[in-house]
Design a protein around this ligand. Structure first.
Ligand code: SF4
Length: 425
C-alpha cells in the first residue's frame, strides 16, 4: 500500500489540492475528504475491461477507431457533446468538429449560459475564489446552497479567516433558497438567513428585486420584508468587500437568467459606493476549460457549430439537448465520471467514457478512456475561470486519454476537410 498526499481533484471545479489517495494492488481509494464527489470518483479499480465495444461486443481499438470514423464520415448532422474532458481532449474534439462539420456543447453548459446571456447584455464585475477567501468580509449567497454542487466551497474558501481584512471576520448571509442544509454547518456562527423566515413571497427573482428596491432607498407599502431588506442593503453598503455568490445551475423557475440579471445590476449599485463583486459558479467536469478552449479556437463560446464550414455560434439552436434530437451521429465524451444522462436520440452514439460507466442503453460504439487526474495528466479550469490547474496521473490501467483517441480518429479521417457534399447529405 502506498499513500499519495495532496492530490488535485479535477471534478467540480473548486480545485481542491489536498486529497489523500491510498493505492494498493487492487486500485486507488481516497481517504475521507469531506466531499462526497471526491470520495466516490477517486475510487477506481485496476481490474477494469479496457476493450472497446461495438454493439456490446468487444473489438480492438483499431477497429473501434475505424468504426467511429466510418460513422462520422457518413454523418449528415454530427454532434460532439458531453465534452467532459481535459483541455487537450476538448481541443482535439474541436479539431474533429471542424473536420466533420459537427456542433459542440458541454453537458453542463446550461448553468454557464444562464450567466453568459447576462454577461453578453450587460457586462459584469466578478471576482475569484482567492479574493473571496482573502479579502471579502460579507458573503451574500443567493438561491440554493452552492455547496450542493461545489461540496467544499465553504470549508475551503469561506471558513478561513480573510488574510487581508485586519481584525474583522466575515459574515455569510443566505438570501432565498431552501432552509439551510447540513453543508453550511462548517460556517458556524457566521451564517444568517434572509427571506426564508418571514412567510412572505420568497420567489428568488422577487427577493432580488426587493433587495434592489431597498438599495435604492425605497420600499413597497405593507411589505413585511421591508425592514430586513433595508438592513441587508445597509450591510452591503457598509461592507468593505462584499461578494455575491450564486450557482445559476441550481436556480429553478422559467427564467433563471432574470435572477442573474438582477444580481448583476445589484452588484453594480453596491460597487458604486464600496467594493462589491459577483462570483458565479458553474464549472464541473471542466466546463469552464471547455468554454475557454472553444473561445481560443473559434472566437465563440460553446454551442458552436461547424456545419456551414466556418464556426457559427447559436446558444439556443446549438444547445446539445436540442441538437441531440436531430443528430444522426453523436460523439458523447464523459471522461470524468462513470455515468451519463439519458441520451434520447434516434441516431447512433459513439461514447468515450471511463470503463466503469453504466449505460441505460448500449451505445453503437463504446470506447473506454481514462480520467484526467487519475489515468493521465491533464489541465482543467477552476470554476472562477481564472486558474488552469494541472492534475497528474495516479494509476496506469492502459486507458487512453480523450485527446489520444480523437487524435487517432483525426489521423484516420485523412487530409481532406469534410463537406456536406462529401458525405452526400
Ligand atoms: S469540492 Fe470539488 S474540487 Fe473539492 S474535493 Fe470535492 S469535487 Fe473535488
Amino acid at each position: 500500500m502506498s499513500f499519495h498526499p495532496d492530490i488535485l481533484c479535477p471534478f467540480c471545479g473548486l480545485g481542491c489540492g489536498d486529497i489523500g489517495i491510498d493505492r494498493d494492488p487492487s486500485g486507488i481509494a481516497p481517504r475521507p475528504s469531506g466531499c462526497p464527489q471526491a470520495d466516490r470518483l477517486f475510487r477506481r479499480s485496476l481490474a477494469v475491461p479496457t476493450d472497446a465495444r461495438l454493439g456490446g461486443a468487444a473489438i480492438s481499438m483499431d477497429d473501434a477507431i475505424a468504426e467511429a470514423v466510418r460513422l462520422l464520415e457518413a454523418s449528415c448532422a454530427p454532434l460532439i457533446a458531453g465534452l467532459a474532458a481535459d483541455v487537450d481532449g476538448v481541443l482535439a474534439a474541436l479539431s474533429l468538429a471542424e473536420r466533420v462539420g459537427a456542433t459542440v456543447d458541454h453537458e453542463r453548459s446550461d448553468a454557464l449560459f444562464r450567466n453568459l446571456s447576462v454577461l453578453r447584455r450587460f457586462g459584469w464585475s466578478v471576482t475569484t475564489l482567492a479574493e473571496l477567501r482573502n479579502r471579502c468580509d460579507l458573503v451574500l449567497v443567493v438561491g440554493p446552497d452552492p455547496a450542493a454542487a461545489f461540496p467544499r466551497l465553504w470549508e475551503r474558501w469561506v471558513v478561513p479567516e480573510p488574510a487581508f481584512v485586519a481584525g474583522k471576520g466575515r459574515s455569510v448571509v443566505f438570501l432565498g433558497g431552501d432552509p439551510l442544509p447540513e453543508t453550511v454547518r462548517c460556517l458556524g456562527g457566521r451564517t444568517e438567513t434572509n427571506g426564508m423566515d418571514t412567510g412572505a413571497e420568497t420567489d428568488l427573482a422577487t427577493l432580488v428585486g426587493r433587495l434592489r428596491t431597498a438599495l435604492a432607498g425605497r420600499s413597497r407599502d405593507g411589505d413585511p420584508m421591508a425592514a430586513s431588506m433595508a438592513a441587508l442593503a445597509a450591510r452591503l453598503r457598509s461592507a468593505r468587500y462584499a461578494v455575491v455568490v450564486w450557482a445559476a445551475g441550481l436556480f429553478e423557475g422559467p427564467q433563471p437568467d432574470l435572477i442573474v440579471e438582477g444580481l448583476v445590476r445589484l452588484i453594480r449599485t453596491v460597487d458604486g459606493t464600496t467594493r462589491c463583486a459577483g462570483l458565479p459558479l458553474s464549472g464541473a467536469d471542466n466546463l469552464i476549460g471547455a468554454n475557454q478552449a472553444c473561445g481560443w479556437r473559434t472566437g465563440f463560446p460553446l454551442r458552436t457549430g461547424f456545419d456551414g464550414g466556418g464556426p457559427l455560434h447559436d446558444p439556443d439552436r446549438f444547445d446539445w439537448r436540442r441538437r441531440l434530437r436531430d443528430a444522426d451521429v453523436t460523439l458523447w465524451i464523459s471522461a470524468f465520471r462513470p455515468e451519463t444522462p439519458p441520451l434520447a436520440t434516434g441516431g447512433s452514439i459513439i461514447m468515450l467514457a471511463p470503463p466503469e460507466t453504466t449505460v441505460a442503453r448500449e451505445p453503437a460504439l463504446f470506447i473506454p478512456v481514462g480520467t484526467p487526474g487519475i489515468d493521465h495528466p491533464g489541465d482543467v479550469f477552476r470554476a472562477d475561470s481564472v486558474v488552469a490547474l494541472h492534475a497528474g496521473a495516479l494509476i496506469d490501467r492502459g486507458l487512453p486519454s480523450v485527446a489520444e483517441v480523437i487524435g487517432r480518429m483525426l489521423a484516420a479521417l485523412g487530409r481532406t476537410a469534410r463537406t456536406r457534399e462529401v458525405a452526400g447529405c
